[in-house]
Design a protein around this ligand. Sequence first.
Ligand SMILES: CC(C)(COP(=O)(O)OP(=O)(O)OC[C@H]1O[C@@H](n2cnc3c(N)ncnc32)[C@H](O)[C@@H]1OP(=O)(O)O)[C@@H](O)C(=O)NCCC(=O)NCCS
Length: 200
Amino acid sequence: MDVRLRPLRESDLDRVMELEEQLFGAGAWSRGAYLEELTRAPGRTYLAAVVDRADGELVVGYAGLAAGTEAQVMTVGVDAPYRRRGIGRLLVDALLADARAHGARTVLLEVRAGDAGAQRLYARAGFEPIGRRRNYYQAEGEDAVVMRARLAPTPGPVGAETGGPAETGGPAETGGPALTGGPAAHGVPARTPQEGAENA
Ligand SMILES: CC(C)(COP(=O)(O)OP(=O)(O)OC[C@H]1O[C@@H](n2cnc3c(N)ncnc32)[C@H](O)[C@@H]1OP(=O)(O)O)[C@@H](O)C(=O)NCCC(=O)NCCS
């Protein structure tokens, strides 16, 4: 199965809405929230993972990032029949590369405390847990684990550092991250555009 990544587009939103419900249930974002993210929110990168089928292209996953020195993973999701084939990792690695290209030194995310699979995916991609946000997913009454990846600087032409997508192992700080602002970071639990929470 060939999967490729491309920018997520407004024309994908019917499919995204279909998946959003399946992936995030009560925490699903609205079409309006996605439109805001794709068209107006500053510094966003949203990617679609697509497969080609006889009847055309199918979006099987997507992910989003808010750029910054401290970048923030906004969401990552893969359609259930396409999981455990490396698509989540492909998306996360692409977000890390994008964060680095935009000058990020760290990338933060929140993930459901009870979602060991997603935490494993992020840990394997170089994230480490640095704290917890109580009742972050209010609709489900679930805590979030805050995870962070440290990025090596982009290799420059002379004597630059090299490195994988993320460097872990430094002393972990505790406490919540500085959340990205902007008008459209999605809120929890209603997933209406408001600051302070993400889908990841
Ligand atoms: C989390 C999610 C994005 C993973 O997508 P995926 O395409 O299945 O992930 P990958 O195939 O790239 O997995 C990479 C590694 O992560 C770990 N992992 C991923 N899902 C896992 C699971 N359910 N259980 C245990 N480990 C898991 C494994 O180590 C896996 O490697 P392996 O298959 O070689 O063992 C997907 O399950 C999903 O969309 N879940 C619902 C939405 C969600 O929870 N999003 C994340 C938080 S916002």
